[in-house]
Design a protein around this ligand. Sequence first.
Ligand SMILES: Nc1ncnc2c1ncn2[C@@H]1O[C@H](COP(=O)(O)OP(=O)(O)OP(=O)(O)O)[C@@H](O)[C@H]1O
Ligand SMILES: [Mg+2]
Length: 265
Amino acid sequence: MNTALEVRDLSVSFGGVAAVQGVSFCARSGEVLSIIGPNGAGKTTVFNMISGIYRPDAGRINLHGADVSGVPAFRLARSGLSRTFQNIQILADQTVLDNVSIGRCRWEHTSLLADLFRFPSVVAQNEETRRKSLMALDAVGLAQQADVLAANLPYGDLKRLEIARAMASEPTVLLLDEPAAGCNAVETDAINDVIRKFVAADARRAVVLIEHDMKMVMAISNQIVVLNQGQVLACGSPAEVRGDERVVEAYLGVQSAEDAAHAAD
Ligand SMILES: Nc1ncnc2c1ncn2[C@@H]1O[C@H](COP(=O)(O)OP(=O)(O)OP(=O)(O)O)[C@@H](O)[C@H]1O
Ligand SMILES: [Mg+2]
């Protein structure tokens, strides 16, 4: 299997606080790799470095074998990287379709003149944007809501809309930051299904998933990286990670206690 995304010894500090220290992992094409760990472990910070939002203090990022360390976010989209955000970032006063179309900008080439006089190339491009955006909406089960205002979507649909926007850029590496956070069991299953189908549709694709829902993580992941206090605590298959005492102590034990408390509520 080919390497889709590799990070090596990634580190960043904020005001002397080491948020991420020497993190390495490798997501292969065809795989779902999950990053888990307690709040503040550095998971989103790793995504922010991979996606060019933060510049790492040290380390390297390779996308399909090309060094993309320090490459800004808008260029990374053209290299096949796309992501969602932990906090929903949707334009509430735009339609569902318009929100997804934003994800197509990687493919759009335009000029003021061509736009002004509606050159045939502009018309064709707009048509392509619409077609591909509808395909992305269809993949997450939201095609029927294309013309609905995003503000009118329920929370679970907004989470899927975010994924559709990220998928609309036709990425080969998709980073999902807590896609199922706040979702009920049915919505979580739907997201699970979207991720599986996305990976299965093209042999080059990989998903890197940050998620606290351990049932989902254990079911969908080929590999799991456990972060704790900015460092990799453990890495392996779901069975290996579940059986690792350090992981149970630092994270899974806490999660189980929280789950039990919620169940008792
Ligand atoms: N821009 C920033 N400036 C200062 N500190 C930051 C910044 N970004 C992240 N941090 C710090 O880095 C640490 C890791 O934060 P991060 O958001 O990556 O955690 P996380 O694992 O994603 O947590 P959660 O599960 O709560 O989302 C935290 O201590 C956080 O306060
Ligand atoms: Mg986070």
